[in-house]
Write a protein that binds this ligand. Sequence first.
Ligand code: REL
Length: 960
Amino acid sequence: MRKLLPVLAALGALCLASVASALNHDNIVSPSAGEATFPLVAKGKAATLIVDADDFKGVHHAVDNFRADIERVTGLAPRISDNPLAGGWRVVIGTLGQSKMITHLIESKQLDASAIQGLWEGYMITRVGNDLVVVGSDMRGTIYGIYELSEQIGVSPWYWWADVPVKTSAELHVAATPGITDEGPGVQYRGIFINDEAPALTGWVYEKFGDFDHTFYTHVFELLLRLRANYIWPAMWQPRAFSADDPLNPQLAHEYGIVVGTTHHEPMMRYHDEWGREDRGPWDYTKNEAALQEFWRGGVARAKPYESIYSLGMRGDGDHAMSAETNTALLERIVADQRSILEGVLERPANQVPQLWALYKEVQDYYEAGMRVPDDVILLWCDDNWGNIRRLPTPDEMGRSGGAGVYYHFDYVGGPRNYKWLNVQPISKVWEQMHLAWQHQANRIWIVNVGDLKPMEFPIEFFLTMAWDPAGMTYEAMRDYTTKWATREFGAEHAAAITTLVDGYTKLNRHRTPEMMSPDIYSLTNYDEAERILTQWRDLVALAEEVNAALPESARAAFFQLVLYPVKASATVREVHIAAAKNKLYAEQGRALAANAAAAHAHAMFEQDAALAAEYHSLLDGKWNHMMAETNFGYTYWQTPPIEVMPAVAQTRPQSGAQPALAWDGSPFATGRWGVPPPTTSALDIYRANTSWVEVFNRGDTTFNFTVKPADTWLQVTPASGAVEAMQRLTVDVDWTQVPVDTTTTSFVVETDAGRNFTVTVPIVNPAELRPGEFDGHIETNGHIAIEAPHYSRAVGNGPIYWQVLEDYGRTLGAVAAYPVRAAHSTPGGEGARLEYDIFARSTGELNLELHFAPSLDYQSGDGLQFAVSIDDGEPQLLNLDTWKTLQTWEKAVGEGVTKVTTTVTINDPGVHTIKFWRVTPGVVLQRLILGNEASFRNKGQGVLPSYLGPPESPRGATE
Ligand code: REL
């Protein structure tokens, strides 16, 4: 296995208009002839596909599909022949050592395939005389070469699985001098785990295929090969057992070129369900060794003819830890016994059999406690089921001959809560974690749990693309990836919008999964948080509808599956929960009609959720029936509820007559209740020129009129008058050119014609001491300073260490992390690598500094992911992310998509200071910094108010 930079197509080829945009290589296929192009289809004729009868069956399957692909694109089906003497334009397809024609071309010195000779899954597409040659270093190399061409002629790997329209073209011309040389993947085994497959996938499979048999799996194998994958853990929820249920399953997997494995808790190619199919006694090696060995021997014998990776070790019965008495000596004995079974049945030394030991959950603890397996076994490190890798090889472990891999998740059944419906994994996060894996040489296996497979199309392809060429998937390549993918699937015209949509909805889904939503997540009263979240979702929905309307009808089914449905369904969940939250707040405040309207909206959106799933299921005459059958509402603990339960809403009864009242920004209170403080909105500051609001509402059933009387002419409240049936929001703004310097407050009166008026105070921040433009850093307003990590004043590297902004990463603007990730630990202080944030503080004394990070884990099992902070030239405080301190801290972190670390710092004088954030260990991904104490009566409500994401970013620099 070797991965070098792909040889680019000749310059001439790059200038050609391409048919489709492929993800791995530059395009060499065009709809019209160019200089020295090969006419794959031209003038109503297709070149003949020549493949040796003795080549691998998998190659023949791929050639058949390629033929069908050419027909899909051009309407012409090429002839397939094994006659080396066939005349005319020919595509010669073959595997080194397996195809006589390829051997002949090499021996006659017409073809030089030395660049891929002996490589794992390498291939070349090149021109030899009148022939276009597709040659693979091994069976899968040839297959990947064929599917490279399929993608380039305009057939997406998702043409069937997501109905991506084929790009039709009358002619196809290939610029194959020099063509493409791909020296194979960076990760040896790349695959998916179909898991948690009920009710969605199971319902669909039962309806369409009868069972999880080879008629279903051959679709999966073809997809995997088109995505350059080679490995699968098949569905194994009871009562499924891939090899036992249909002998053609493993046979065809092998024939197609797919390596089969069993999951982390299913040793020796035996499926969990199989054990219980007969009375074999307890799943306990101390009590039932002989039966277990027999069971495993059967698994190995069955898998003997096929390419497999054997899982070793043992967990409890099913996906559970073994008993408390489990000891590493016993587990080491189990592994030794398993290896002698392998040797006995397979008749070869164990070190020549691909095996893995998955260090999943408690098994990693055994490893850390000293348990070891032989050196040739692949160590499969795992994430925490939420996309944070728990452990990667240390420099010492990198020398193991078996190497290491990673088992990752896009779907999970377990705590703190299942996520098995929509895609909740932005690729920026996948990239950041898998880049660590790659850098730490975990490159033998990358396998990802994809749940029902749909609707994970996009992250699956990203994961597998990165696995093919992890070195090529630089940060910049990852940032371009969504656009490249969208261009291939839907054309360049909509690619930018689709990038916004796909990156946007996954980012918002990550900071709170749909399953973990509840009405109390986002603050309705502080920072306008719920409203801002709703706006983001509504903007995405509007954009998705716009793109949908602009797309041709032929692309709509694919767009619905890949973009429109996930965007709308994700948004709908938030609509329901936020409407329910409003209903509760409004009912408490007495906003009678508004509360009922919010309840009606929650009901309507709950119905919309079902209607969207029904629309998915009715697409293309029901092609994807059942696929969105997950339960979307009603979670109370980790497990999926049996039925969908809408969050509770209250029904209210208004008083009679007109009953005006008022609520305001930053407060859960409303006028007219005992002990409520006088209305005071959040402050308006000249630096940001922000706005605030009040809401005039009716506790009664009769409409009233209002008029606003501002105390100052520069205060603008809009609308300034109107009628209120249920409620009306008024936006509060000022004309900063007119506000006298050093003004600290203004006010307005809302007069009603129903006998009640309200005076509202508006705090103003417009001090002479600091004018806009005089200071470049973040400025304290409302008693706190909130900073988005990418908005540093200075990023100071040191030696090889540099800071990389990870745009859009995490919950708000983005993140910053230090690279390279293999650089040694740093000592904070002095000239050490650091981020500096200049601030203008008004609060002094001991203040909280809350830092938000990606909930990453200490993947080197050292002293934790560490960093340090200091103020000005103060001594750096060494701190630790400690995401995994307790089960509760971890559950909170992954549930909220953030690890928060709070410390205290001292600001002695008001004015300019610098917060310094020091690199200590790699792997720390900083997202936000919030300086300020909690708002309370003591600090007159100044400070940090409760919210999910924290206050929006504080003003920075000038707005004038
Ligand atoms: O996500 C996982 O790795 C596990 O939850 C599953 O592998 C698990 O074993 C489950 O499907 C059934 O046993």
